[in-house]
Design a protein. Sequence first.
Length: 479
Amino acid sequence: MHSKNWIGGEWITPHGAEVTVKNPSRFTEEVGVLHMSDRSHVFVAADAARVAQAEWARKTGAARGEVLYQMASALEAHADSLARLASQEMGKQLGEMRGEVARGISLLRYYAGEGMRANGNLIPSADTDVLQYSRRVPLGVVAVITPWNFPVAIPIWKIAPALICGNAVIWKPAENGSLTATRLAEIFAETKLPPGVLNLVIGKGREIGTTLIEEAAVDAVSFTGSSATGRQIAIACAGRNIKCQTEMGGKNAAVVLADADLDKTVPILLSGAFRSAGQKCTATSRIIVEKAAYEPLVERLQTAISLCKVGDASDLDAYLGPVASAAQYETVGQYVSIAQSEARLIAQSPAYAGAEHGYFIRPQIVEGVAADHALVQEEVFGPLAVLLTADGFDEAIELCNQSVYGLSASLFTRDLASAHRFLDLAQAGMVRVNQETAGVEYQAPFGGMKQSSSHTREQGQAALDFYSATKTCAIKYAW
């Protein structure tokens, strides 16, 4: 497969650098070729989006919703082939990837329904004979910049609310997800989505992304990626006075109290830490355990992780596949080396016989480092978790909050009072009891505190607030 741009309803193959994409599970397998754009494609896409947006915004919410329903049906028809391509491109285990595509379908249908829901409020006036109300109006052209770790779900949870609000979109996917992005655009092209309402531009972030953010005529930017890049985007958008949304890193803690049901807790901890090879911003990377539960928890973790199968992403029996790329393998490998030299290994999965043919990293849990250590404070974005101990609930909360990030946190307990205290005290945008730190429901607001986000929220009804402006209207009908 070859990547292409989709601009103004036309397919364009850029003539820039070509990059061969290899399957991270099997280096010998070529998945496709990326064709990199130059910055001129960004400006063409911006012009196409601006023209298309005016007509798209004039359509009724019901008409826009009908197009999103069509997009959902088209995606459903091609769900399995898209999941297989995405799994081959970035290494996510096929069963997980199928679930992600299913989530994308649900997201499209959820936001399609917004076309028939209220989009404003009636507001009393201090004057007589005045009708005053507010309503949402489109922003215009929205730039959407998405990561490789959720190559289907994250683009859709940005694109769908942007479209239903009446905006046009320019989508710049991560390079490691660009074949999947091309195929997703091909699927959407089968529908009655008007030309130019959704535009896809493939290329390097430092060229295409930077041009999109700093120069192209866009009215808002929604970004998911690293904290460093997110801060740069926020600065650029502030300088242009355009709306900005950034979802960035996480160093998420799971707190295990002495009264937790450990047999139920351990599978949830492993899933949160190691599904998708730990490549989730909401992944469990810190496990904080009350000392009274330490030994039985470690014993269960050791048993559970010994059954955690690493394997080819196409193997439905594998618990996780490889990390996504050579760069990711090197980055995570550096933290694994630090763990080997500065921490104590508690538990590790069995080795995979085919590991030398792909970017495979064995899941592992370590301990023996201080709370300010790099393994505890820095986002690894791989299958490595650190165990910390606490004397009691108060110290556990202190450790949980001792991070520049504040995306997700979980508590495991049988005590209702502790559960409510945790939900109040944990400094994270998503807090849960007896559930994973990872994973969010599409109808619920998603976003972080501190350095994890720009403090807006994605998904659910909250997404509509970002992708629209509020206009207050009043008319004096007797004068």
